[in-house]
Write a protein that binds this ligand. Structure first.
Ligand code: ZN
Length: 421
Protein backbone atom coordinates (compact mmCIF):
# COMPACT_ATOMS: atom_id res chain seq x y z
CA UNK A 1 0.00 0.00 0.00
CA UNK A 2 2.98 2.36 0.47
CA UNK A 3 4.84 3.56 -2.59
CA UNK A 4 8.02 4.26 -0.68
CA UNK A 5 9.63 4.15 2.70
CA UNK A 6 8.71 7.80 3.06
CA UNK A 7 5.14 7.09 2.18
CA UNK A 8 5.15 4.64 5.02
CA UNK A 9 6.76 6.98 7.52
CA UNK A 10 4.25 9.60 6.50
CA UNK A 11 1.32 7.19 6.86
CA UNK A 12 2.69 6.05 10.18
CA UNK A 13 2.82 9.67 11.30
CA UNK A 14 -0.67 10.49 10.12
CA UNK A 15 -2.03 7.38 11.81
CA UNK A 16 -0.58 8.37 15.17
CA UNK A 17 -1.54 12.06 14.91
CA UNK A 18 1.86 13.64 15.33
CA UNK A 19 1.48 17.23 16.33
CA UNK A 20 5.08 18.39 16.42
CA UNK A 21 6.90 20.24 13.68
CA UNK A 22 9.03 18.13 11.37
CA UNK A 23 12.50 19.60 11.57
CA UNK A 24 13.78 17.86 8.52
CA UNK A 25 12.35 18.16 5.06
CA UNK A 26 11.23 15.04 3.30
CA UNK A 27 13.06 16.29 0.22
CA UNK A 28 16.38 14.85 1.32
CA UNK A 29 14.87 11.42 1.87
CA UNK A 30 16.18 8.44 -0.06
CA UNK A 31 13.75 7.31 -2.73
CA UNK A 32 13.64 3.78 -4.11
CA UNK A 33 15.91 3.71 -7.12
CA UNK A 34 14.09 3.23 -10.39
CA UNK A 35 15.61 0.99 -13.01
CA UNK A 36 18.62 2.78 -14.46
CA UNK A 37 20.10 2.14 -17.85
CA UNK A 38 23.36 3.35 -19.29
CA UNK A 39 23.84 5.41 -22.40
CA UNK A 40 27.58 5.13 -22.54
CA UNK A 41 30.60 3.97 -20.56
CA UNK A 42 34.30 4.77 -21.04
CA UNK A 43 37.65 4.54 -19.31
CA UNK A 44 39.47 7.76 -18.45
CA UNK A 45 42.93 6.17 -18.42
CA UNK A 46 44.77 9.31 -17.28
CA UNK A 47 42.67 9.69 -14.10
CA UNK A 48 42.11 5.90 -13.84
CA UNK A 49 38.37 6.47 -13.57
CA UNK A 50 35.50 4.76 -15.36
CA UNK A 51 32.77 7.16 -16.46
CA UNK A 52 29.15 6.05 -16.82
CA UNK A 53 26.68 8.25 -18.66
CA UNK A 54 23.12 7.42 -17.61
CA UNK A 55 20.04 7.60 -19.82
CA UNK A 56 18.66 10.40 -17.64
CA UNK A 57 21.74 12.52 -18.52
CA UNK A 58 23.58 12.11 -15.22
CA UNK A 59 27.15 10.87 -14.93
CA UNK A 60 28.97 8.75 -12.39
CA UNK A 61 32.70 8.17 -11.90
CA UNK A 62 34.22 4.99 -10.45
CA UNK A 63 37.95 4.56 -9.63
CA UNK A 64 39.63 1.57 -11.37
CA UNK A 65 41.01 0.39 -8.01
CA UNK A 66 37.55 0.33 -6.43
CA UNK A 67 36.07 -1.55 -9.40
CA UNK A 68 38.81 -4.20 -9.33
CA UNK A 69 38.51 -4.48 -5.52
CA UNK A 70 34.76 -5.11 -5.81
CA UNK A 71 34.71 -7.56 -8.71
CA UNK A 72 31.59 -9.69 -8.21
CA UNK A 73 32.88 -12.84 -9.94
CA UNK A 74 32.99 -16.14 -7.99
CA UNK A 75 36.79 -15.93 -7.70
CA UNK A 76 36.66 -12.51 -6.06
CA UNK A 77 33.37 -12.75 -4.07
CA UNK A 78 31.89 -15.58 -2.00
CA UNK A 79 28.27 -15.23 -3.14
CA UNK A 80 26.81 -17.34 -0.30
CA UNK A 81 28.25 -14.92 2.27
CA UNK A 82 28.24 -11.77 0.12
CA UNK A 83 31.83 -11.40 1.28
CA UNK A 84 35.07 -10.48 -0.47
CA UNK A 85 37.47 -13.30 -1.26
CA UNK A 86 40.00 -11.10 -3.07
CA UNK A 87 42.97 -10.49 -0.80
CA UNK A 88 44.46 -7.05 -0.28
CA UNK A 89 47.84 -8.64 -1.04
CA UNK A 90 46.52 -9.52 -4.54
CA UNK A 91 44.92 -6.15 -5.30
CA UNK A 92 46.93 -3.89 -7.61
CA UNK A 93 45.93 -0.41 -6.45
CA UNK A 94 47.56 1.08 -9.58
CA UNK A 95 45.75 -1.13 -12.06
CA UNK A 96 44.91 0.04 -15.54
CA UNK A 97 41.94 -1.19 -17.62
CA UNK A 98 42.27 -3.04 -20.97
CA UNK A 99 38.69 -2.48 -22.14
CA UNK A 100 35.20 -1.62 -20.96
CA UNK A 101 31.83 -1.93 -22.67
CA UNK A 102 28.08 -2.05 -22.10
CA UNK A 103 26.82 -5.59 -22.74
CA UNK A 104 23.61 -6.53 -24.58
CA UNK A 105 21.87 -7.13 -21.24
CA UNK A 106 22.86 -3.62 -20.04
CA UNK A 107 25.71 -4.53 -17.71
CA UNK A 108 29.22 -3.08 -17.59
CA UNK A 109 31.88 -5.56 -18.66
CA UNK A 110 35.55 -4.83 -17.87
CA UNK A 111 38.70 -6.67 -18.95
CA UNK A 112 41.72 -6.03 -16.72
CA UNK A 113 45.38 -6.11 -17.89
CA UNK A 114 45.80 -9.70 -16.54
CA UNK A 115 42.69 -10.66 -18.62
CA UNK A 116 40.56 -11.12 -15.49
CA UNK A 117 36.99 -10.07 -16.29
CA UNK A 118 34.47 -8.20 -14.12
CA UNK A 119 30.78 -7.63 -14.84
CA UNK A 120 28.75 -5.03 -12.94
CA UNK A 121 25.02 -4.53 -12.75
CA UNK A 122 23.84 -0.98 -13.66
CA UNK A 123 21.58 -0.73 -10.61
CA UNK A 124 24.37 -1.91 -8.33
CA UNK A 125 26.74 0.71 -9.74
CA UNK A 126 24.16 3.51 -9.57
CA UNK A 127 23.62 2.95 -5.84
CA UNK A 128 27.37 3.11 -5.24
CA UNK A 129 27.95 6.33 -7.18
CA UNK A 130 30.57 8.51 -5.44
CA UNK A 131 28.75 11.84 -5.78
CA UNK A 132 27.91 13.66 -2.51
CA UNK A 133 24.16 13.31 -3.12
CA UNK A 134 24.31 9.58 -3.91
CA UNK A 135 26.55 8.82 -0.93
CA UNK A 136 24.27 10.80 1.37
CA UNK A 137 21.18 8.98 0.08
CA UNK A 138 22.87 5.59 0.55
CA UNK A 139 24.01 6.43 4.09
CA UNK A 140 20.49 7.59 5.01
CA UNK A 141 19.02 4.38 3.60
CA UNK A 142 21.50 2.30 5.63
CA UNK A 143 21.50 4.19 8.93
CA UNK A 144 18.36 6.40 9.06
CA UNK A 145 20.18 9.11 10.93
CA UNK A 146 17.61 11.84 10.30
CA UNK A 147 15.65 12.45 13.47
CA UNK A 148 12.36 14.23 14.19
CA UNK A 149 12.93 16.47 17.19
CA UNK A 150 10.05 17.02 19.61
CA UNK A 151 8.92 18.74 22.79
CA UNK A 152 6.01 18.46 25.26
CA UNK A 153 3.48 18.59 22.40
CA UNK A 154 4.58 15.14 21.17
CA UNK A 155 1.88 12.51 20.98
CA UNK A 156 3.82 9.32 21.47
CA UNK A 157 3.38 6.92 18.51
CA UNK A 158 1.48 3.74 19.38
CA UNK A 159 1.56 0.30 17.80
CA UNK A 160 -0.25 -2.90 18.82
CA UNK A 161 2.04 -5.39 20.62
CA UNK A 162 0.59 -8.51 18.99
CA UNK A 163 0.75 -6.96 15.51
CA UNK A 164 4.41 -6.07 16.02
CA UNK A 165 5.12 -9.71 16.92
CA UNK A 166 3.31 -11.17 13.92
CA UNK A 167 3.26 -8.59 11.12
CA UNK A 168 6.31 -7.12 9.36
CA UNK A 169 4.41 -3.97 8.34
CA UNK A 170 3.60 -3.21 11.99
CA UNK A 171 7.15 -4.07 13.05
CA UNK A 172 8.50 -1.69 10.39
CA UNK A 173 6.22 1.15 11.53
CA UNK A 174 7.37 0.50 15.12
CA UNK A 175 11.09 0.46 14.33
CA UNK A 176 10.98 3.45 11.97
CA UNK A 177 9.24 5.56 14.63
CA UNK A 178 11.65 4.24 17.29
CA UNK A 179 14.56 5.42 15.13
CA UNK A 180 13.12 8.74 13.89
CA UNK A 181 11.11 9.85 16.96
CA UNK A 182 12.95 7.85 19.63
CA UNK A 183 9.94 6.54 21.56
CA UNK A 184 6.99 4.23 20.76
CA UNK A 185 4.30 2.75 22.99
CA UNK A 186 3.23 -0.84 22.36
CA UNK A 187 -0.28 -1.55 23.64
CA UNK A 188 -2.00 -4.78 24.56
CA UNK A 189 0.77 -7.00 25.93
CA UNK A 190 -0.22 -9.54 28.61
CA UNK A 191 0.34 -8.02 32.10
CA UNK A 192 2.78 -10.72 33.14
CA UNK A 193 6.56 -11.17 33.10
CA UNK A 194 8.35 -12.42 29.99
CA UNK A 195 6.95 -9.96 27.41
CA UNK A 196 10.07 -7.79 26.98
CA UNK A 197 12.05 -10.99 26.31
CA UNK A 198 9.49 -11.98 23.62
CA UNK A 199 9.83 -8.53 22.06
CA UNK A 200 13.64 -8.78 22.16
CA UNK A 201 13.40 -12.14 20.35
CA UNK A 202 11.42 -10.39 17.61
CA UNK A 203 14.55 -8.27 17.06
CA UNK A 204 17.24 -10.88 17.67
CA UNK A 205 18.58 -10.99 21.19
CA UNK A 206 18.67 -8.72 24.21
CA UNK A 207 21.68 -7.13 25.88
CA UNK A 208 22.79 -8.84 29.07
CA UNK A 209 24.02 -6.47 31.80
CA UNK A 210 24.90 -6.77 35.48
CA UNK A 211 21.17 -6.24 36.22
CA UNK A 212 20.37 -9.50 34.40
CA UNK A 213 18.82 -10.53 31.06
CA UNK A 214 15.70 -8.63 32.10
CA UNK A 215 15.22 -6.69 35.34
CA UNK A 216 12.34 -5.99 37.70
CA UNK A 217 11.72 -2.33 38.64
CA UNK A 218 10.12 -2.56 42.08
CA UNK A 219 10.55 -1.03 45.52
CA UNK A 220 13.19 -3.34 47.01
CA UNK A 221 14.74 -3.30 50.47
CA UNK A 222 18.51 -2.69 50.38
CA UNK A 223 18.05 -1.52 46.75
CA UNK A 224 21.22 -1.83 44.61
CA UNK A 225 19.90 0.94 42.30
CA UNK A 226 17.90 4.12 42.93
CA UNK A 227 15.33 2.84 40.39
CA UNK A 228 14.46 0.07 42.86
CA UNK A 229 12.87 2.51 45.37
CA UNK A 230 9.58 4.42 45.35
CA UNK A 231 11.31 7.82 45.12
CA UNK A 232 11.36 10.30 42.26
CA UNK A 233 13.86 9.60 39.48
CA UNK A 234 15.16 12.73 37.76
CA UNK A 235 15.68 12.67 33.99
CA UNK A 236 18.55 10.34 33.08
CA UNK A 237 19.88 7.91 30.52
CA UNK A 238 20.48 4.35 31.69
CA UNK A 239 23.94 2.98 32.33
CA UNK A 240 26.44 5.78 31.64
CA UNK A 241 28.67 3.72 33.96
CA UNK A 242 29.29 1.60 30.83
CA UNK A 243 31.50 2.99 28.06
CA UNK A 244 29.01 1.50 25.59
CA UNK A 245 25.59 2.13 27.14
CA UNK A 246 22.64 0.06 25.85
CA UNK A 247 21.11 1.75 22.80
CA UNK A 248 17.48 0.76 23.26
CA UNK A 249 15.34 0.16 26.32
CA UNK A 250 12.02 -1.70 26.74
CA UNK A 251 9.91 -1.15 29.88
CA UNK A 252 6.76 -3.20 30.41
CA UNK A 253 4.16 -2.17 33.00
CA UNK A 254 2.88 -5.20 34.92
CA UNK A 255 1.37 -3.34 37.91
CA UNK A 256 0.96 0.43 38.22
CA UNK A 257 1.06 2.39 41.50
CA UNK A 258 -2.00 3.48 43.49
CA UNK A 259 -0.74 7.07 43.38
CA UNK A 260 2.04 8.74 41.39
CA UNK A 261 4.59 6.83 39.31
CA UNK A 262 3.96 8.86 36.13
CA UNK A 263 6.72 8.60 33.52
CA UNK A 264 8.57 11.59 32.05
CA UNK A 265 10.71 11.81 28.91
CA UNK A 266 12.61 14.50 27.02
CA UNK A 267 14.38 14.52 23.65
CA UNK A 268 18.03 14.78 24.70
CA UNK A 269 19.23 15.60 21.15
CA UNK A 270 16.69 18.41 20.83
CA UNK A 271 17.67 19.72 24.29
CA UNK A 272 21.36 19.62 23.27
CA UNK A 273 20.50 21.65 20.17
CA UNK A 274 18.72 24.21 22.37
CA UNK A 275 21.72 24.35 24.70
CA UNK A 276 24.07 24.91 21.77
CA UNK A 277 21.91 27.81 20.60
CA UNK A 278 21.32 29.41 24.02
CA UNK A 279 24.64 28.69 25.71
CA UNK A 280 27.36 27.60 23.25
CA UNK A 281 30.00 27.71 25.98
CA UNK A 282 28.07 25.17 28.10
CA UNK A 283 27.56 22.99 25.01
CA UNK A 284 31.32 23.06 24.30
CA UNK A 285 32.02 22.07 27.92
CA UNK A 286 29.61 19.11 27.94
CA UNK A 287 30.81 17.86 24.55
CA UNK A 288 34.49 18.02 25.51
CA UNK A 289 34.96 17.13 29.21
CA UNK A 290 34.86 13.49 30.18
CA UNK A 291 32.99 12.75 33.41
CA UNK A 292 33.52 9.75 35.70
CA UNK A 293 30.60 7.41 36.38
CA UNK A 294 30.53 4.48 38.80
CA UNK A 295 28.23 1.59 39.69
CA UNK A 296 28.99 -1.00 42.36
CA UNK A 297 26.87 -3.82 43.76
CA UNK A 298 25.59 -7.36 43.26
CA UNK A 299 22.76 -8.51 40.99
CA UNK A 300 23.40 -10.89 38.05
CA UNK A 301 26.81 -11.16 39.72
CA UNK A 302 28.97 -8.72 41.68
CA UNK A 303 30.17 -5.64 39.82
CA UNK A 304 32.42 -2.60 40.25
CA UNK A 305 32.08 -0.41 37.16
CA UNK A 306 33.98 2.80 36.31
CA UNK A 307 33.60 4.77 33.10
CA UNK A 308 34.51 8.12 31.58
CA UNK A 309 31.91 9.62 29.27
CA UNK A 310 31.07 12.98 27.75
CA UNK A 311 27.59 14.11 28.83
CA UNK A 312 26.90 15.02 25.19
CA UNK A 313 28.74 12.88 22.61
CA UNK A 314 29.24 14.39 19.15
CA UNK A 315 30.73 12.89 15.99
CA UNK A 316 33.58 14.36 13.95
CA UNK A 317 31.10 16.73 12.25
CA UNK A 318 29.78 18.01 15.59
CA UNK A 319 26.45 16.15 15.28
CA UNK A 320 25.05 14.88 18.61
CA UNK A 321 25.15 11.07 18.68
CA UNK A 322 24.63 10.05 22.31
CA UNK A 323 23.68 11.45 25.72
CA UNK A 324 25.35 9.96 28.84
CA UNK A 325 23.81 11.34 32.00
CA UNK A 326 22.57 9.83 35.23
CA UNK A 327 22.99 12.00 38.29
CA UNK A 328 22.79 8.96 40.60
CA UNK A 329 25.84 7.22 39.13
CA UNK A 330 27.91 10.34 38.35
CA UNK A 331 31.05 9.67 40.42
CA UNK A 332 32.32 11.86 43.27
CA UNK A 333 35.69 11.32 41.61
CA UNK A 334 35.87 14.24 39.18
CA UNK A 335 38.98 14.12 37.01
CA UNK A 336 39.19 17.83 36.15
CA UNK A 337 41.74 20.54 36.98
CA UNK A 338 40.42 22.92 39.68
CA UNK A 339 39.61 25.77 37.31
CA UNK A 340 37.29 23.55 35.22
CA UNK A 341 35.13 22.30 38.11
CA UNK A 342 32.81 25.31 38.49
CA UNK A 343 32.41 25.78 34.68
CA UNK A 344 31.49 22.08 34.44
CA UNK A 345 28.74 22.43 37.08
CA UNK A 346 27.47 25.59 35.41
CA UNK A 347 27.27 23.81 32.02
CA UNK A 348 25.54 20.71 33.41
CA UNK A 349 23.03 22.85 35.30
CA UNK A 350 22.25 24.81 32.11
CA UNK A 351 21.53 21.56 30.21
CA UNK A 352 19.38 20.09 33.01
CA UNK A 353 17.45 23.38 33.38
CA UNK A 354 16.50 23.23 29.68
CA UNK A 355 15.43 19.58 30.06
CA UNK A 356 13.20 20.42 33.03
CA UNK A 357 11.26 23.19 31.28
CA UNK A 358 7.58 22.15 31.19
CA UNK A 359 7.42 22.91 27.45
CA UNK A 360 10.03 20.18 26.84
CA UNK A 361 8.81 17.30 29.05
CA UNK A 362 6.33 14.66 27.90
CA UNK A 363 4.47 13.00 30.80
CA UNK A 364 2.46 9.79 30.51
CA UNK A 365 1.09 7.08 32.77
CA UNK A 366 1.69 3.45 31.85
CA UNK A 367 -1.13 0.97 32.30
CA UNK A 368 -0.67 -2.76 32.89
CA UNK A 369 0.06 -4.30 29.47
CA UNK A 370 1.78 -1.18 28.07
CA UNK A 371 5.37 -1.44 26.88
CA UNK A 372 7.39 1.70 26.23
CA UNK A 373 10.31 1.28 23.82
CA UNK A 374 12.82 4.12 23.53
CA UNK A 375 16.24 5.26 22.32
CA UNK A 376 18.46 5.24 25.42
CA UNK A 377 21.24 7.06 23.54
CA UNK A 378 18.89 9.99 22.91
CA UNK A 379 16.01 10.23 25.42
CA UNK A 380 16.28 11.03 29.08
CA UNK A 381 13.59 9.43 31.18
CA UNK A 382 12.38 9.72 34.75
CA UNK A 383 9.41 8.97 36.96
CA UNK A 384 7.52 10.68 39.75
CA UNK A 385 7.55 9.20 43.26
CA UNK A 386 4.73 6.80 43.99
CA UNK A 387 2.71 4.91 46.58
CA UNK A 388 1.94 1.28 45.76
CA UNK A 389 -1.31 -0.50 46.53
CA UNK A 390 -0.92 -2.41 49.80
CA UNK A 391 -1.68 -5.76 48.13
CA UNK A 392 0.44 -5.40 44.98
CA UNK A 393 3.67 -3.52 44.34
CA UNK A 394 4.19 -1.26 41.33
CA UNK A 395 6.09 -3.54 38.95
CA UNK A 396 7.80 -2.85 35.63
CA UNK A 397 10.00 -5.35 33.77
CA UNK A 398 12.79 -3.96 31.64
CA UNK A 399 15.30 -5.12 29.04
CA UNK A 400 18.06 -3.57 26.96
CA UNK A 401 19.04 -4.03 23.33
CA UNK A 402 21.64 -2.42 21.12
CA UNK A 403 21.06 -0.34 18.02
CA UNK A 404 23.08 -2.65 15.73
CA UNK A 405 20.62 -5.50 16.33
CA UNK A 406 17.55 -3.22 16.16
CA UNK A 407 18.71 -1.63 12.87
CA UNK A 408 19.46 -5.09 11.47
CA UNK A 409 15.83 -6.14 12.10
CA UNK A 410 14.56 -2.82 10.70
CA UNK A 411 16.44 -3.41 7.41
CA UNK A 412 15.13 -6.97 7.15
CA UNK A 413 11.46 -6.09 7.74
CA UNK A 414 11.84 -3.13 5.34
CA UNK A 415 13.15 -5.51 2.68
CA UNK A 416 10.28 -7.93 3.41
CA UNK A 417 7.66 -5.17 3.15
CA UNK A 418 9.09 -3.19 0.22
CA UNK A 419 11.07 -5.82 -1.65
CA UNK A 420 14.83 -5.77 -2.15
CA UNK A 421 16.09 -2.21 -1.81
ZN1 ZN B 1 36.88 -11.33 -10.19
Amino acid sequence: PFSSLWGLVYECYKATCFSFPLHQTLGSAPMPVASHSMRHVRALDEERLMEVEWEDGGQSLYPFTWLRDNCQCPHCTLRSAEARLLLMADLDIHTGMDSVEVTKDSKVSIVWPDQHMSVFDAEWLKKRCFSDAARQAMQEELFLNERYYWDATLRIPQVDFQEVLHDDGAALAWLLALRRVGIVHLKGAPAEQGQVARLAERIGYLRLTFYGHTWQVQDKSMANNVAYTSGKLSLHTDYPALHFAPGVQFLHCINQAKEGGESEVVDGFHMAEQLQREDPEAFRTLTSLRVDFTDTGTDYCDFMLQSKNRIIDVDSEGKVTKINYNNATRDSVLDLPLHQVQPFYRALKAYVDIMNRPENVVTYTMKPGDIVTFDNWRLLHGRKSYISRPDRLRHLEGAYLDWDEVMSRLRIVRRNVHGDA
